[in-house]
Design a protein around this ligand. Structure first.
Ligand SMILES: O=C(O)CCC(=O)C(=O)O
Length: 287
């Protein structure tokens, strides 16, 4: 479900009353249609319902819960009120199950469409908001972080895969529809996070729709690196898990070293690689 709030100022390019987002329910197609692509370009995001089925998502959840490289690499980021939200991040794709998602044509081919050419994995991360205590993500654009990593152009995009149900109570993703068209705005520190300048965020919120994107496990949100987004603290009894795979265009190879990698070829796997994946006898971590 996607809900939006009414806003009082008209913005000519965006029909802000249309809060119903087109979604797709296919398991076999790895591409956006031209219509879906133009929705993505207008809104800065596109939701694909059921990109992964329940069996595939349950497998990922079980794998993460039992994966020592996950529990060993989880770290926290405090929001502006001091509540901590957790994540584990890998810079490179390997042969583990997270990587079967990050290398999947269902995601990568769509990202190549929106970025207009070859892409590589910039990183992937499992996001975890624990029941009752998991903190918020403050308003930001991903390019507010990544601009300083030597990525000259905003040719980056992400795919968030809901691993658990995400709703308003457990802190689902919120977006300002169309805000990517503003380009990158100022960012500064907000708790232990990087936060967008609130004067500009408030002005954006007065002109464009704020949407809460609720998801079922397996739904995927593709979004632009300049889309303004945030998520609330988890006030529910349910954890909120999601896997976010982030990509950079090959032609946007960073001009300097940073905490995320420079270009290397991303080897795509087959469409059913998540379903077919088996734990190798000597397991390795993604990165
Ligand atoms: O997981 C979330 O709710 C938001 C995460 C986020 O904003 C990000 O990783 O850029």
């Amino acid at each position: 479900m996607i809900t939006g709030c009414a806003v009082s100022v008209n913005l000519p390019l965006l029909p802000r009353n249309q809060f119903t987002i087109n979604v797709l329910n296919t398991m076999s197609d790895c591409h956006f249609t031209p219509h879906e692509l133009s929705d993505y370009e207008r809104d800065g995001f596109f939701v694909v319902r059921g990109l992964y089925d329940r069996g595939e998502i349950d497998k990922l959840r079980r794998f993460a819960e039992e994966d020592p490289s996950f529990s060993g690499s989880v770290y926290g980021r405090k929001d502006s009120t001091g509540h901590e939200t957790k994540l584990a991040l890998w810079n490179h794709a390997g042969d583990d199950l997270y990587s079967m998602f990050a290398r999947s044509p269902r995601i990568v081919e769509r990202i190549e469409q929106v970025l207009g050419g070859e892409v590589y994995l910039y990183h992937m991360k499992m996001m975890l908001k624990e029941p009752r205590v998991g903190g918020a993500w403050e308003w930001h654009q991903d390019y507010g972080y990544w601009y300083h990593n030597g990525c000259l152009f905003p040719f980056l995009a992400s795919c968030l895969i809901a691993v658990s149900r995400a709703n308003q109570a457990n802190g689902c993703l919120q977006v300002v529809r169309g805000a990517h068209l503003m380009g990158r705005i100022d960012h500064g520190r907000s708790g232990e996070q990087t936060g967008a300048n609130m004067e500009q965020v408030d002005a954006a919120l007065a002109r464009m729709a704020l949407l809460h994107i609720e998801c079922e496990p397996g739904d995927a949100i593709f979004f632009d690196c300049n889309l303004l987004h945030r998520s609330d603290m988890n006030t529910s009894d349910e954890p909120r898990w999601s896997l976010i795979c982030c990509y950079n265009a090959a032609r946007n190879n960073p001009y300097k070293e940073s905490r995320h990698p420079q270009y290397s070829t991303l080897a795509k796997v087959g469409e059913n690689s998540v379903r077919d994946w088996q734990q190798p006898p000597a397991s390795r971590s993604a990165g």
